[in-house]
Design a protein around this ligand. Structure first.
Ligand code: TMP
Length: 214
């Protein structure tokens, strides 16, 4: 079978804690493997050697920083990741599957930390316009009730600095994703309440209809 010749695209996965991103990404990557689609799989914060160092600091429960510092570090990590990993991959016609991207900053820093304050959201937009030359072509928002996701996430090992937050914080993060889903045409809401196969199928249908049609 000859390889499909679609231009490489940038796909991000988003959602609150415990929504099943890891499993969903694995399923999409397996599908790409079967079809011979060339891709890289990466994540934020992190994805490049330097950004992974920042990730370790950002997630470390011992880290004490103010909200602006956290915001700027997210963008510092993203800038390095974009310039050294994402943009080179796309220019080599490799698809990019990214576990979280700039929408997590709007949701976690803008809504979680900043309570959706319009001035704070405007700062995030300015940073995005200045330092993020490429946005995802498709953003898959895995939508799951916050309490359900948190009980799933809670079953995993020691909580990182974000996972230590309380339900109200994650409810605001959820509102952030819902806000983005209403505004951004690249957003696709995926109901993440079904089993892994059902979620994977919905994702594949979204990728096919949005990115793999002529
Ligand atoms: P992960 O647990 O999905 O790997 O993500 C790491 C944590 O970082 C998660 O709690 C969300 C948080 N995060 C932000 O607060 N802002 C961001 O811009 C990104 C990319 C992640």
């Amino acid at each position: 079978m000859s390889k499909p010749h679609f231009p490489a695209r940038f796909i991000s996965f988003e959602g609150t804690e415990g929504v099943g991103k890891t499993t969903a990404i694995k399923a999409l990557a397996t599908k790409f493997d079967e079809l011979g689609i060339d891709y890289i799989q990466t994540r934020e914060p992190g994805g490049s050697p330097f950004a992974e160092k920042l990730r370790a600091l950002l997630l470390d429960p011992a880290t004490q920083i103010n909200d602006d510092t956290e915001l700027l570090l997210m963008f510092a990590a993203r800038s390095d990741h974009l310039q050294s990993v994402i943009l080179p991959a796309l220019s080599q016609n490799k698809w990019v599957i990214c576990d979280r991207f700039v929408d997590s900053t709007t949701a976690y820093q803008g809504f979680g930390r900043g309570f959706g304050d319009e001035r704070y959201l405007a700062k995030i937009n300015q940073l995005t316009e200045s330092f993020v030359p490429k946005l995802p072509d498709l953003t898959l928002w895995l939508d799951l009730p916050v309490d359900l996701g948190m009980s799933r996430a809670g079953k995993r090992s020691a909580a990182d600095r974000f996972e230590q937050q309380q339900l109200e914080f994650f409810s605001r993060v959820y509102d952030g994703f819902a806000y983005l889903a209403n505004r951004e045409a690249r957003f696709c809401r995926i109901d993440a309440q079904g089993n892994a196969d059902e979620v994977a199928l919905k994702i594949w249908q979204a990728v096919q209809s949005r990115l793999l049609t002529n």
